[in-house]
Design a protein around this ligand. Sequence first.
Ligand code: CTP
Length: 411
Amino acid sequence: MLRLLRDPNLIHPEKLTLLLNIANLAETLGMSCYLVGGSVRDLLLGRPINDLDVIVEGDAIKLAKKLVEVYGGKQTPHFKFRTAFWHVPNSDHVVDLITARIESYEKPGALPMVAPSTIEEDLRRRDFTINAMALRLDGKDMGEVLDPLGGKADLERGVIRVLHPNSFLDDPTRIFRAIRYEVRYGFAIEPETLRLINPNSLKILESLSGERLRNELNLILDENLSAQMMRRVAGLGVLNFIHPKMPEFDQTYSDYLEMDLNLDIESDRRAMGFILWFMDLSEEDIFLLVNRLDFSNEMSLNVWSGAQLKRSLIHLAGSPPSVWTYALEKLPLLAIYAVYLVSHEDALLSYISIWRHVKPHTAGNELKAMGLAAGPRFGEILLRLRSAWLDGEVNNETQEKELLARLMRGE
Ligand code: CTP
């Protein structure tokens, strides 16, 4: 395992140094120190690791404080779970420092109660065998893999297996996690684990907060194979438990998630995902889902605009550019682009790349200078000039000034 840890293709040498410094300091504090969870899984799969989850038998907050004392940076403690983030100085690395703990769930789906414990106990509170391994970082056993639950064998077999039958009842967000790992790695959810994804565990999803559910959907949308994951989510009957109106993701839209936006629109895979996902819903259903998932105003506007615009296309088809422009102007560009992708309506692309930038040369202060008092007429004239440009009624500044003169004469 030391070989994997030292492989610069899997872990950046800078990060390795960081890990070893943490481990050395932990050792001086008498805490054994491990890399844990997803990073161990990915190292064993030969995949590069990004997140550093470090666990100690001891007190992670104490270790974080010491790290700040010795190396600088800052730490953010989380007292309830006795975890801390260490923000490494002069870099954007953040290391997640965890105190080995046992967890108990007061009621299904609730956040767990915790108490400090050993690494072995800590591994037992985790979601799947493949995530329940630890790699020793300090002392003479450095490089040793702790695998009490058969994670390595399951990695080799390619299976996702829970550690105990109540795992999804304790935390039904693990249903989404199982699907993410299954599709991401081309694994299979092991049959007994699959049987545990049933109405008993799914029902608990109904009691989860919008934020927790949305977070899981976001994590799926962040993945390369998100459309496939969403198909699996639907196939396992999960959608109805998120909300009865939750639609399936249209798989024919999946390529659109991969679109590289070259159109000075800020790309946002999550927003694009939800716009596409909800595009064919009625306004009422969007309202229900936006509430269930506790969307931000911005995200709500995105999904609402996408669906609204798609429905309006039939009325807008064949309209002159000025009509398109005024219809689109208040809508988020990403929603317009999403509707373009699914409809191939050229006017939407023309709007994004050309029409929205078209403005008359005449400015408000020129109208003032011409003796026009500020008021609604002001806006009307500027709008009329802009439409004239958009619809090809004027094509140069002279023509614009001629039109302006006519408008000022009230013609
Ligand atoms: N974990 C868990 N149950 C959860 C969430 C997390 O047991 N509901 C544990 C798993 O051991 C997991 C670790 O916490 O490996 C870290 O969680 P996270 O960072 O969300 O996952 P990663 O394993 O890093 O996976 P990913 O590559 O998807 O980020």
